[in-house]
Design a protein around this ligand. Structure first.
Ligand code: GLN
Length: 550
């Protein structure tokens, strides 16, 4: 029988419920259990695909093309399993299913209600993941107890106790223990209130994860245990950690997996050697590189969460700490004048939508091409590199993407364009090229060297493509189209022979990077960046030496 763990949050949002759920998933997987994870989001959008990154952060794309919540990225990175579109459901998608069923007449003339119809649909989404080959499903409920929208979800998970039996269900509640400066104390009252709220919905937590800035004392744990009616061994403290990858070890030391497994009658001990070695590597990094992230949503770093983690993963492998310089794309021209990009060891031009900041990204791509600074362009990043090359090397001054030329009046040279079958689509949901696609890499190319093979699969999320009508002009002028779709129609990877690393991909390799297995292109960027930095330093040293000895 598949076991179910439900993770809810109280007191405040953004406490790290997703990381708690992911860390627990990692600990259970290291006990030899087959684990999958899911996020239920109480908002009404059918999926986050249409949401502005400023609202919601990154849209995480699954292998099967699901556009999902960014917490799924944490899940995949921590439990090292590919999830699917079924691993994320929103109120919108649940109501959509219920309303479609109502229109089809599936409810046989009954009044359709939140209980039981909406709650049954929520339960069916949870049960869908409980296949035979899954031992544990961890379901995180988005939002905070006390929110109006969360009620049907709490009701559904409360009913799950009866549906699958008490021994097969565990409720973990994540709360905040704040430090109140003037009184110099950590406070348990918000936790008590939030547990009271949860109980008023019929759910008694089995474990409480207390987030805090500083560690909390045993006295405080005892108090929470008493007042919330949770055994003290199941009151665990997750104080702020310097790396998110430490959290599974913290949770284990605090006894979270033991408490959960005792309750669910799961045997064993986790094998944590590999994870401990990873954390040790993270803690002992001595080299650094400075990478500029040239994007449109840089004021909300969550918009680029998987890209940031991929850079970190590549650094972990090589003992290099990646320091990020967030560069607002619209500011690039001014920053170039100040020489600000000169001292970077590399840049990333990440994905994005819409025209704002495009000219700045083109300027950045041009500067790093001419100055031999390593650059990785992802999706829109590849597209701006292509536009840059067309304008400045091929001499096509008005080259552009038809994404920024809806009327077809701005550019006579759409070097990036819409594929025919995607014109005239008005529904904004799921009209993109989404999910995993295979590409063939050119033998001997930089990207084939990095991947160590010539057939690769990466996830996609875009509408526009390299326009093949211009391909020969690009190639005769030095740009290498080093990866393409198996039918040869779509350019998937570009690189510039002779440049240390000026590589673009139409895909999003950041979605497949794992802490112990960095995505090849990020590894390539960080290696090239370290080479640039460390190749430069001896020179700088010798200049200093000269001045000190003279
Ligand atoms: N806006 C571009 C397109 O739709 C790039 C998308 C992206 O970077 N994910 O093709």
């Amino acid at each position: 029988m598949t076991k179910h763990i439900f993770v809810t949050g109280g007191v405040a949002s953004a406490l790290g419920k997703g990381l708690t759920a992911s860390s627990l998933g990692r600990l259970l997987k290291n006990r030899g259990l087959r684990v999958t994870q899911q996020k239920l989001d109480p908002y009404i959008n059918v999926d986050p695909g249409t949401m502005n990154p400023f609202e919601h952060g990154e849209v995480f794309v699954t292998e099967d093309g699901g556009e999902t919540d960014l917490d799924l990225g944490h899940y995949e990175r921590f439990i090292d399993e590919n999830l699917s579109r079924d691993s994320n459901a929103t109120t919108g998608s649940i109501y959509q299913a219920v309303l479609n069923a109502e229109r089809r007449g599936d409810y046989l003339g009954k009044t359709v209600q939140v209980i039981p119809h909406v709650t049954d649909e929520i339960k069916s989404r949870i049960m869908r993941l409980a296949h035979e080959d899954v031992d544990v499903v961890i379901t995180e409920i988005g939002g905070t107890v006390g929110d109006i929208e969360i009620l049907p979800f709490l009701e559904a998970i409360r009913q799950m106790r009866l549906t699958v039996g008490r021994d097969n269900v565990c409720y973990v509640h994540v709360t905040l223990v704040p430090f109140i400066g003037p009184s110099g104390e950590q406070k348990t009252k918000p936790t008590q209130h939030s547990v009271t709220e949860l109980r008023s919905r019929g759910i008694q937590p089995d474990a409480i994860v207390c987030r805090s800035e500083q560690p909390i004392s045993d006295d405080l744990k005892n108090k929470i245990s008493r007042l919330c009616d949770v055994p003290v061994e199941a009151v665990v403290n997750a104080a702020d950690a310097s790396s998110i990858y430490q959290i599974p070890l913290v949770m284990h030391d605090e006894g979270l997996d033991r408490a959960v497994c005792d309750l669910l009658h799961l045997e064993g001990e986790p094998q944590l050697d590999i994870w401990r070695a990873l954390v040790k590597r993270i803690e002992s990094m001595t080299r650094t590189v400075r990478i500029g992230m040239v994007g449109k949503y840089v004021s909300l770093p969550d918009a680029y969460l998987s890209v940031v983690e991929s850079l970190n993963h590549a650094g972990f492998e090589q003992g290099i700490k990646v320091e990020l310089d967030w560069i607002q794309a619209e500011d690039v021209e001014g920053l170039l004048a100040e020489g600000r990009l000169r001292d970077l060891d590399g840049i990333v031009i990440p994905g994005g939508f819409g025209e704002r900041g495009i000219e700045g990204k083109i300027a950045a791509a041009s500067y790093v091409r001419e100055n031999n600074i390593p650059c990785l362009g992802i999706c829109l990043g590849l597209q701006v590199m292509v536009i840059e090359f067309a304008r400045n090397v091929l001499g096509i001054p008005r080259a552009n993407s038809s994404e920024f030329d809806e009327e077809g009046t701005v550019t006579p040279d759409p070097v990036i364009h819409l594929m025919d079958e995607q014109r005239n689509v008005t529904d904004k949901g799921g009209t993109m090229r989404l999910g995993a696609y295979v590409a063939e890499l050119a033998e001997g190319s930089q990207v084939a060297e990095l991947y160590g093979k010539t057939v690769v699969s990466e996830r996609h999320r875009h509408r526009f493509e390299f326009n093949p009508a211009y391909r020969t002009r690009f190639e005769t002028n030095g740009l290498r189209c080093s990866g393409q779709s198996p039918d040869g129609m779509l350019v998937e990877f570009i690189e510039l022979p002779g440049h240390p690393f000026w590589v673009g991909t139409q895909a999003h390799p950041e979605f497949k990077s794992r802490p112990n297995r960095p995505a090849p292109l990020f590894r390539g960027l960080i290696e090239a960046a370290a080479h640039r930095k460390e190749g430069r330093n001896p020179h700088l040293l010798s200049v200093e030496d000269q001045t000190t000895t003279s």
